[in-house]
Write a protein that binds this ligand. Structure first.
Ligand SMILES: NC(=O)c1ccc[n+]([C@@H]2O[C@H](COP(=O)([O-])OP(=O)(O)OC[C@H]3O[C@@H](n4cnc5c(N)ncnc54)[C@H](OP(=O)(O)O)[C@@H]3O)[C@@H](O)[C@H]2O)c1
Length: 297
């Protein structure tokens, strides 16, 4: 069975990749941080030497956006230096690399959804480190796809949907930011998109490469997302409380966030035939999995 190396196998996207069906008998090997630490170059070399992989997927990242402001070296080690090493190692081995990035490379001042070629201008350390990783991957391996996504949620690990359900069980009312807009996106749907891209890149050395955006279809604010979570939860007998809109200025955080995180996905549809489904459908599935208690943590 041809194997794929998935770096970051313990994260929410890694967990989603673990339950995704890959075509052509491709089998993901999920490497957690104990096996491949992007801050330890030798662990990357050891992992690639361990098996005859046909592609590498990088789902690992330093994702603590606020903590990154005071943890610059660790953020850049995981998000920039490590991906640069991965790009170099995969290029030398002749392997495609699928690397995941973020809407936080943008400053959020554009009026509409961001295209892949729009100017980048990260607002904080996390976004800057991810942008450096994008440049390193694209310059290090010509057979690389940088897949930017946003507002990732799933039944796994820590994320906005799980936080809302937990708080709804503890509080009579939730106050949620309503002036940041984006595209809530299911980790399972990102994983399915990665499976599509990977299969094509493995089969065809001339498959399209470069930067792509993937998010679920539609848009909303964090407040809209919280309300959708409450509606889906309440419909299944889970916790559901009213959600009151607040401004970003009412909820100060160490790192600034883009007010507009919307990403346009037309390039991915054109080159890879991927058509994202509406985020509300995806959120309904995630909440159902969490409320019925079938989700692995
Ligand atoms: N979450 C979002 O809303 C969001 C939005 C846009 C883009 N993204 C991007 O989507 C991708 C997946 O994110 P996610 O939501 O799955 O994040 P996550 O749940 O925080 O998982 C990240 C994983 O990376 C691992 N990791 C951290 N530093 C590492 C290092 N030095 N070496 C190896 N592994 C390391 C973490 O290990 P530990 O288990 O030890 O912590 C964790 O398993 C990332 O590229 C992220 O930048 C995420």
């Amino acid at each position: 069975m041809p194997d794929l190396l998935v770096v970051g196998g313990g994260g929410q996207l890694g967990r989603a990749l673990a339950r995704t069906r890959f075509a052509d008998g491709l089998t993901p090997h999920l490497a957690d941080r104990a096996e491949v630490d992007l801050a330890r170059p030798e662990s990357i070399a050891d992992a690639l030497a361990a098996r005859p992989y046909v592609a590498v997927i990088n789902a690992a990242a330093y994702t603590a956006v606020d903590a990154a402001e005071n943890d610059v070296a660790a953020a850049f080690a995981a998000n920039a230096t490590g991906p640069a090493l991965l790009a170099d190692a995969t290029r030398r081995a002749g392997l495609p690399l699928i690397h995941v990035s973020t809407d936080y490379v943008f400053d959020g001042t554009k009026a509409g959804a961001y295209d892949e070629g729009d100017p980048v201008a990260p607002l904080g350390v996390y976004g800057a480190s991810k942008l450096a990783g994008e440049y390193a991957v694209l310059s290090g391996n010509p057979r690389a796809v940088v897949l930017r996504t946003a507002w990732v949620v799933s039944p796994f690990r820590s994320n906005f949907v799980k936080t809302m359900l937990r708080l709804a069980a503890e509080r009579p009312l939730l106050r949620v930011v309503d002036d940041q807009r984006g595209c809530p996106t299911s980790a399972d749907d990102i994983a399915a998109t990665i499976a599509t891209i990977t299969a094509r890149m493995v089969a065809d050395a001339a498959a399209p490469a470069g930067v792509y955006h993937f998010v679920n279809a539609g848009e909303g604010s964090w407040c809209d997302l919280a309300r959708a979570v409450m509606a889906a939860s309440g419909a299944r007998g889970g916790p559901a409380v009213p959600v009151e809109p607040i401004a970003t200025s009412d909820f100060p955080t160490p790192a600034r966030r883009p007010a507009n995180s919307r990403l346009a996905t037309a390039r991915l549809t054109r080159d890879y035939g991927v058509s994202p489904r509406d985020w509300r459908l995806a959120i309904g599935e995630i909440v159902a999995e969490l409320v019925t208690g079938t989700a692995a943590r």
